[in-house]
Design a protein around this ligand. Structure first.
Ligand SMILES: [Zn+2]
Length: 112
């Protein structure tokens, strides 16, 4: 049995997919935005949760395999003025971007 210290962590083995005759070729990470964002940007009223949407972002590879973030983002509707918005996730990615901020940095570092 190989010494664990000298073996690169292998997701296929870790997830016991090898026992099923499968190997990992990519991965999805289910996530959600941590900071609540329930105050209306227009009038400051309190937003009422109105379900959620899922946003997919390519992330930096983990273990050299493509990683996709599947982010659940809450939607709110202002109880005062009716304005509708989504939880702010600008920390994770630019609006409408397909890449996470980490993925962008990873891509730039790969070019340099
Ligand atoms: Zn409002």
């Amino acid at each position: 049995m190989p010494h664990a210290t000298f073996v690169r962590p292998d997701l296929t083995t870790f997830t016991r997919l090898d026992e099923l005759g499968l190997e990992v070729v990519g991965q999805f990470l289910a996530c959600r935005v941590v900071d609540p964002d329930q105050w209306c940007r227009r009038c400051g009223g309190e937003g009422i949760p109105r379900g959620s949407v899922v946003r997919r972002l390519a992330h930096e590879p983990f273990g050299w395999r493509p990683t996709l973030l599947v982010v659940t983002v809450r939607r709110y509707r202002c109880g005062e003025c009716g304005h509708v918005w989504r939880q702010d996730m600008s920390k994770a990615a630019e609006p409408r971007a397909k890449l996470s901020r980490r993925a962008l940095r990873w891509a730039l570092e790969s070019i340099v």
